[in-house]
Design a protein around this ligand. Structure first.
Ligand code: GLN
Length: 451
C-alpha cells in the first residue's frame, strides 16, 4: 500500500505535498507489516495517512506553509500524529496548506498553490487544500486537516471528498501550529464518512497537554453507522439559500435534501439570523488571536532569521518581513488593530458578544431539528488566480462555514454532486451537515446513510 501511494504521489503534479521521504515511510510500513504478522494490529495498522503540514512531526519538517518555518524540524510529534502512529498508521508525508492555515483557496502557501484534481485550473479550497486534493487524486486514503473557519469542510467540498470538523475540544491541539486558538480544531478527511469514523476513533480523546481538551468517555464512531434515519428532522436555514448562493450549488444541495426525504427524514424551515455577521465577527476574532499566536515567530525561538541586521528591533522587523506572506501580515495588522487600546471595545469586545449570540441561534435551531443541512460554500471551486488579489472575496466565500466554528459545533462536508461554475467544467459540490455539541456520531451516521 505504501509503495502504491508513494508512486502515485511521485507521478502527480498537484503540488499537494510539501515533503515526502520514501525511506521513512517504507520503514514505518515494514514495522506495520511486522505488527500485522505478529497479530498485534489495530483496525488502522498499515493504512497510509498524510498530515497537513500544520501538525508538527519529529521525522518530517513542519512548515505551516510558511517561509518562516521552511526548515523547521519539531522536537516532538503533535498528539494527533502520535495517536495515528500508535494505531500503526503509516505516514506518507506532509500536505501543503495555506500559510498558517489562513486562506480559502490554498493560494497563500509559500510552497505554491495546490491544484484541484477535478480541474487543474481550479483551486482545491483551503486551507487544507493539500489534504483534500491528495485524497481526491487517490494519493492517500486518509489525511488530517484543521478547521478554524471552514478549512476542513470547504476544501473537502471543492475536491469532492468527506471531512469532519469535530466539536471544539474533542481533538487535541497540542502540536497543531496555532492560528486562532479558540477556533482551531483538527479533524479527519477521507473518501467517506465511514473512513472518517475510523480516523476519528483514533484522533479524539482527552489530552492533558491541551488546556481546552474536553474530558469525555471515548466513543466508537464506526459502530454507530447503521442507524435508520426515519423521522430525522433536518433544519434547512433560510439564510443559507439567499441571493449569494450559486444556482448549480443550490440545485445539487436541494437534490441531496430530497434524497434525505426519501430516506425518511423531514425538512424543517429554520432561521440562523446572524449568519451574515459571522464574517465580520470571525475576521476580527481570528486575526486578533493570530496576532498574538504569531508573535512567537521572532527570529529567536523558531525558524527563519534575517541574515543581517543592525540591532534586535531590526532583526525582528527583517525576519518577520521576510518570513511572512501578505495574508499573514494582513491578519497580524488587523488583529493588532482590533486589540489595541481604544479599538478593543469597539471591535473585539463587540465581536465576542455577537459570537455568543451566533451560538445561541444554533441552540434555538436545535430545539426544532436534529441536524442542520445546507451548502458548504456559495459556489464551486473558483479558478486559480481569480481571487488571489482580493482578500475580501476570499473572506466572503466562508459565509456558510464560519458560524459553526464560532459556536464550536461539529460540522461536516460530504460530496453531493457537481456544478459547472462559470467555466463549464465539472466541479464538486459539498453538502454541509451541522450537529449539536458532540453529535459527531450522529453526523457520521447521517452522512453514511446517504453515501
Ligand atoms: N478561510 C478561513 C480563513 O482564512 C478559514 C481558514 C481555516 O479554517 N483555517 O481564516
Amino acid at each position: 500500500l505504501a509503495t502504491h501511494y508513494l508512486n502515485r504521489i511521485e507521478a502527480s503534479n498537484l503540488n499537494a505535498f510539501t515533503h515526502v521521504d520514501r525511506g521513512l515511510t517504507l520503514a514505518q510500513a515494514n514495522a506495520a507489516d511486522q505488527a500485522l504478522a505478529a497479530g498485534n494490529a489495530t483496525a488502522l495498522t498499515g493504512i497510509p495517512i498524510a498530515h497537513k503540514d500544520i501538525f508538527v512531526t519529529r521525522d518530517w519538517r513542519s512548515t505551516a506553509g510558511s517561509r518562516m518555518l521552511e526548515n523547521y524540524v519539531s522536537p516532538f510529534d503533535a498528539t494527533v500524529v502520535t495517536l495515528f502512529k500508535q494505531a500503526g498508521m503509516v505516514t506518507l508525508g506532509k500536505l501543503n496548506c495555506d500559510e498558517f492555515a489562513m486562506g480559502s483557496g490554498n493560494e497563500n502557501s509559500y510552497f505554491g498553490a495546490v491544484k484541484n484534481p477535478w480541474d487543474t485550473s481550479a483551486v482545491p479550497g483551503g486551507s487544507s487544500g493539500g489534504s483534500a486534493a491528495a485524497i481526491a487524486a487517490r494519493l492517500t486514503p486518509a489525511a488530517t486537516g484543521t478547521d478554524t473557519g471552514g478549512s476542513i469542510r470547504q476544501p473537502a467540498a471543492f475536491c469532492g471528498v468527506t471531512g469532519i470538523k469535530p466539536t471544539y475540544g474533542s481533538v487535541s491541539r497540542y502540536g497543531m501550529i496555532a492560528f486562532a486558538s479558540s477556533l482551531d480544531q483538527g479533524g479527519p478527511m477521507a473518501q467517506t464518512a465511514e473512513d472518517c469514523s475510523w480516523l476519528l476513533n483514533a484522533m479524539t480523546g482527552f489530552d492533558e497537554k491541551d488546556s481546552t481538551s474536553v474530558q469525555r468517555d471515548k466513543e466508537d464512531f464506526s459502530r454507530q453507522l447503521n442507524q435508520d434515519i426515519k423521522g430525522l428532522r433536518i433544519g434547512v436555514p433560510r439564510e443559507f439559500f439567499g441571493a449569494g448562493l450559486a444556482s448549480d450549488v443550490e440545485q445539487a444541495v436541494r437534490t441531496a435534501l430530497a434524497e434525505y426525504e426519501k430516506l425518511g427524514a423531514t425538512l424543517v424551515d429554520i432561521s440562523l439570523p446572524k449568519t451574515e455577521l459571522s464574517i465580520p465577527v470571525y475576521y476580527i476574532i481570528a486575526p486578533a488571536e493570530a496576532s498574538s499566536n504569531l508573535s512567537r515567530f521572532d527570529g529567536v525561538r523558531y525558524g527563519h532569521r534575517a541574515a543581517d541586521y543592525k540591532d534586535l528591533n531590526d532583526m525582528y522587523r527583517k525576519t518577520r518581513t521576510e518570513g511572512f506572506g501578505d495574508e499573514v501580515k494582513r491578519r497580524i495588522l488587523t488583529g493588532a488593530y482590533v486589540l489595541s487600546h481604544g479599538y478593543y471595545d469597539a471591535y473585539y469586545l463587540q465581536a465576542q458578544k455577537i459570537r455568543r449570540l451566533i451560538a445561541q441561534d444554533f441552540q434555538a435551531a436545535f430545539a426544532q431539528c436534529d441536524v442542520i443541512m445546507g451548502p458548504v460554500a456559495p459556489t464551486v471551486a473558483w479558478d486559480l488566480g481569480d481571487k488571489s488579489d482580493d482578500p475580501v472575496a476570499n473572506y466572503l466565500a466562508d459565509i456558510f462555514t464560519l458560524s459553526t466554528s464560532l459556536a464550536g459545533l461539529p460540522g461536516m462536508s460530504i460530496p453531493c454532486g457537481f456544478g459547472q461554475g462559470e467555466k463549464n467544467s465539472k466541479r464538486p459540490v459539498g453538502l454541509q451537515i451541522i450537529g449539536n455539541y458532540f453529535a459527531e456520531a450522529k453526523l457520521l451516521n447521517v452522512a453514511h446513510q446517504y453515501q
